[in-house]
Design a protein around this ligand. Structure first.
Ligand code: ADP
Ligand code: MG
Length: 421
């Protein structure tokens, strides 16, 4: 078996498969693998569910399936990570709530969720047996759940013998349609009303590029993010807080409330523009300045952050298009301040990591990444400063928080893939 073309977790899963599933008579297709990446987000945090803009990049870490299509409707899975089996049938799908399948382990509910949503879209699927692996760190902020969901869709395509294809033209589903299916699966499996960012970033990743995505129209274009001399360091606080998902849903609701209030404030003066307002994305910075004093303080902070963050996305895009990566740094620091002080989704550990990064020469910028209340920070760092930042984190983070951080370096990488072994 020549497995050089496969990402490492796919290779590992391919090697594992014959040891876990070995009844050859079950299979109707060849052994192969499918995978999809995790992501970082350079800027544009909590803007996706406000119909705004994000600037993510897929990373060189993936979730991967390796297996074979079956003759029947059964799906059997073995998770390399959890060292556990899960099994369900395609019969009776779609199901409304993957979360209600408490007989299945959490990781399998994401997979069931995607398969269920594909069926809801009328896509015909086959049973399969697969080993599920991956090297996106779980729960750290690189969106392993999206990598698992998108790789599930890619695996379903692989195990369909060409009947279900994913592509830009003439395929069963476009990459952004797959992202939407996976977003619905995430809602069903986790109860988190998350935006489209994570799944889209995984679906449309390209090596050396970030993607500027309009989360309303789902249009996107690629922005150069191949930055020799600069590294992307992802530093995990190793904090996970239960609070995260309820606070996330609460922020979403506050944004919706702020939108309605602003619309009502604008309507008497400018009825035409007010009619177009359905999300914070529709409020210009000038309009916000004019009406913000009439908002309750909490909503003023939340909306102020989101409206400024959309602006920051375009500032970063302009800097990257001019090849001026240095100019991106200060925008990241400001993004973090907004998340900490106005959106209030940071935590002591995230602030500490950003603070430490600020004190190291050669760090261009850093901010918390993802939903918040734990998870990781993204740091843009001159290669010569990697060592200094690592040492500073290893020394001061435990001193100040009583915890250890995990440091990872990643690159902007390609989207999903599949291949016969
Ligand atoms: P993240 O920020 O990494 O997306 P989440 O809490 O949203 O964190 O998702 C993490 C969960 O996704 C894990 O607990 C697990 O259930 C599932 N998961 C992600 N990747 C894998 C994988 N490769 N194998 C099995 N389960 C995975
Ligand atoms: Mg997730």
């Amino acid at each position: 078996m020549d497995t050089k073309a496969f990402p490492q977790p796919a290779r590992m899963a391919l090697e594992k498969f014959p040891h876990v599933f070995n009844d050859q008579t079950l299979y109707a297709g060849p052994l192969g693998a499918a995978w999809a990446p995790g992501r970082i987000n350079i800027i544009g945090e909590h803007t996706d569910y406000n119909d705004g803009f994000v600037l993510p990049a897929a990373v060189d870490r993936v979730a991967a399936f390796a297996g074979r299509m079956r003759h029947d409707q059964t799906i059997r899975l073995w998770s390399h990570h959890f060292e556990a089996y899960a099994q369900f049938s395609l019969e009776g799908l779609p199901e409304t709530f993957a979360a209600q399948r408490t007989d299945l382990p959490g990781w399998a509910r994401y997979i069931l969720g995607v398969i269920s949503e594909l069926r809801r879209d009328g896509i015909e699927l086959h049973g399969f047996d697969a080993v599920v692996g991956g090297d996106v760190p779980l729960g750290s902020g690189m969106s392993s759940s999206a990598s698992l969901e998108v790789s599930t869709a890619e695996a379903c395509s692989f195990f369909s013998n060409g009947k279900f294809t994913i592509g830009i033209e003439g395929a069963t589903l476009t990459p952004m349609q797959v992202a939407a299916v996976c977003q619905r699966a995430e809602h069903a499996a986790s109860g988190l009303r998350s935006g489209i960012l994570d799944q889209a970033a995984s679906c449309i990743g390209r090596p050396g590029k970030a993607a500027l995505l309009d989360c309303r129209s789902y249009e996107y274009r690629y922005i150069p993010f191949d930055t020799p001399g600069i590294s992307i360091m992802v530093i995990d606080t190793n904090v996970r807080r239960e609070l995260a998902s309820s606070a996330y849903n609460e922020r979403r609701q506050q944004c919706e409330e702020a939108t309605l209030l602003l619309r009502d404030l604008i309507a008497p003066h400018d009825p035409e523009s007010a009619q177009q307002i359905t999300a914070l994305r529709d409020i210009s910075p000038a309009q916000f300045t004019q009406y913000k004093e009439y908002l309750p303080e909490i909503l003023r902070k939340r909306a102020g952050y989101v409206i400024a963050e959309d602006e920051r996305v375009f500032q970063v895009v302009a800097a990257l298009e001019q090849g001026d990566i240095e100019a991106v740094g200060p925008i990241l620091w400001r993004g973090h301040e907004g998340l900490r002080d106005e959106y209030q989704v940071s935590c002591m550990e995230l602030d500490t990591l950003v603070d430490i990064a600020h004190s190291v020469n050669g760090v261009l910028g850093a901010r918390m990444l993802g939903g918040g209340f734990g998870g990781c920070t993204i740091n843009l760092v001159h290669n010569e400063a990697i060592e200094a930042l690592s040492q500073a984190v290893e020394k001061y983070y435990p001193e100040r928080t009583g915890r250890q951080a995990t440091i990872d370096i990643c690159r902007a990488a390609g989207g999903p893939g599949q291949s016969v072994a």
